[in-house]
Design a protein around this ligand. Structure first.
Ligand code: GDP
Ligand code: IMO
Ligand code: MG
Length: 431
């Protein structure tokens, strides 16, 4: 198949960054195709930790081309800050190693302010718990056909007209929220002050990817967030504002869907969620605290404590179908080491009826009761295992049972945050 699409199969933070970094050794190009700097991907290489939000996780390897596709909402000031932070760690980011799609939409400070104001004004039950990065408002402007785009930074003469159009929408909105209006000069300054930092990276990404594909290069697509945060297929309205499913890799990069290749679903061996919204297998108890502490479940972007619960096979099976997942990368198995027993959600009860899917309605999602199966835990450690044969028998049984329940094979297994603590079962680039 050649290319690989990495997607999160739960609510994000499944370990996509670690797996993309590991797989990028085998790739030539790494592409982000949705989301923005709401993503938080942590890579650990020889004990050194790298935190990425907007940049593709391929940037830490030299000799790879990183690409930010048109499906991403791009905050130029966040880009400059992240580049600076990574360069301080010795990661070089130059126009030769990174290209940014000319047709990606920008996130501006007014988007961040609107995101924060809405969240602060929201009452109990309506707050989303966003990352506060302006993601939702920026996508709204894109769909509303008034966004300022990356290419506009290279054409300062076009900016006044673009800004006027944008403010014709935002200033009435701000007045309604009791906020001061913004004048065009402020936005112009926000953009022109940063334009020179961005313009050397701007490219016609659809053509670049087409050329790389024709040259036989291997392209790795890096999803952000997770399937259950997808704007259409997730736990709406408690979702992010983009399509996070594998299909978006094509629309969000400009490479046709026939070239996408192997779809790899990154899957945590239990479940976590940051922010508000339904979470059927949540364990707000000792088990949840154990998983949170052992798994160090704190958000990379906002530092918030992640909610924790048992593995939910119903949700992951749904994600397998929604993404067309060919194989799973199962991460954080080591966090389960030492538990006497481990539970898995195998179905839900809704108003007395057993169902095998997550209903689309929020009211129904709130009413479902999970049905659990209990498996024996293991006392030996899986942490740092690099060979399948080093895993305790009960851990192997757990993995095999997950494969059966979600109807997808495990292709990769991750046993610690370290890059090399990864077991390759089947090479997704070879399929
Ligand atoms: P992403 O958003 O999907 O890239 O995931 P995050 O980076 O936000 O969260 C995953 C966290 O788990 C990071 O801190 C990783 O370093 C860490 N991690 C990844 N794989 C493993 C694993 O197999 N075991 C353990 N213990 N930690 C892991
Ligand atoms: P990675 O790529 C986990 C969640 C937020 C909130 C909702 C909407 O690290 O897996 P947004 O700021 O996108 O409008 O917030 O989505 N969220 C994530 N949760 N991991 C992420 O990214 C997330 N990106 C957004 O917590 O509930
Ligand atoms: Mg994350």
């Amino acid at each position: 198949m050649g290319n690989v699409v990495v997607v999160g199969s739960q609510w994000g933070d499944e370990g996509k960054g670690k797996i993309v970094d590991w797989l990028s050794e085998r790739a030539d190009v790494v592409v982000r195709f949705q989301g923005g700097h709401n993503a938080g991907h942590t890579l650990v290489i020889d004990g050194v930790s790298y935190k990425l939000s907007l940049l593709p996780s391929g940037v830490v390897r030299s000799g790879k081309l990183s690409v930010i596709g048109n499906g991403v909402v791009f905050d130029p000031h966040a880009f400059v800050a992240e580049r600076k932070r990574l360069e301080a760690q010795g990661v070089s980011i130059s126009p030769a190693s990174l290209r940014i799609a000319d047709n990606a939409s920008l996130i501006l400070s007014l988007h961040r302010e609107l995101d924060a104001t809405r969240e602060n004004n929201a009452g109990t039950g309506t707050k989303i718990g966003t990352t506060g990065r302006g993601i939702g408002p920026a996508y709204e402007d894109k769909v509303g056909r008034r966004a300022i785009r990356v290419m506009d930074l290279a054409h300062p003469e076009s900016l006044p007209e673009r800004i006027e159009r944008l403010l014709a929408h935002h200033n009435p909105l701000r007045r309604g929220l009791g906020q001061p209006e913004i004048d065009a000069a402020t936005i112009l300054e926000e953009l022109t002050s940063v334009a020179h930092e961005i313009t050397p990276f701007i490219d016609r990404v659809w053509r670049l990817l087409d050329q790389r594909r024709k040259a036989g290069d291997r392209i790795l697509f890096e999803g952000a967030q997770g399937t259950l945060l997808d704007i259409d297929h997730g736990t709406y309205p408690f979702v992010t504002s983009s399509n996070t499913v594998a299909g978006q890799a094509a629309a969000g990069s400009g490479l046709g869907p026939s070239s996408l290749g192997f779809v790899l679903g990154i899957t945590k061996a239990y479940t976590t969620r940051v922010g508000e919204g339904p979470f059927p297998s949540e364990q707000d108890n000792e088990v949840g605290r154990f998983l949170g502490e052992k798994g160090r479940e704190f958000g990379t972007v906002t530092g918030r404590k992640r909610r924790c619960g048992w593995f939910d096979a119903v949700l992951v099976r749904q994600a397998v179908a929604l993404n067309g997942i060919h194989g799973l990368a199962l991460t954080k198995l080591d966090v389960l080491d030492g538990l006497d027993e481990i539970k898995i959600v195998v179905g839900y009860r809704l108003d007395g009826t057993v169902i095998d899917y997550l209903p689309a309605s929020l009211a129904e999602q709130r009413r479902i009761e999970p049905i659990y199966e209990t498996l024996e835990g293991w006392k030996d450690t899986t942490a740092g295992a690099r060979r399948w044969n080093d895993l305790p028998a009960q851990a192997v049984k757990y993995v095999r049972h997950i494969e059966e329940l979600v109807e997808a094979p495990v292709t990769l297994l991750s046993t610690s945050p370290e890059r090399d603590d990864t077991i390759l079962v089947r090479d997704p680039f070879q399929d």
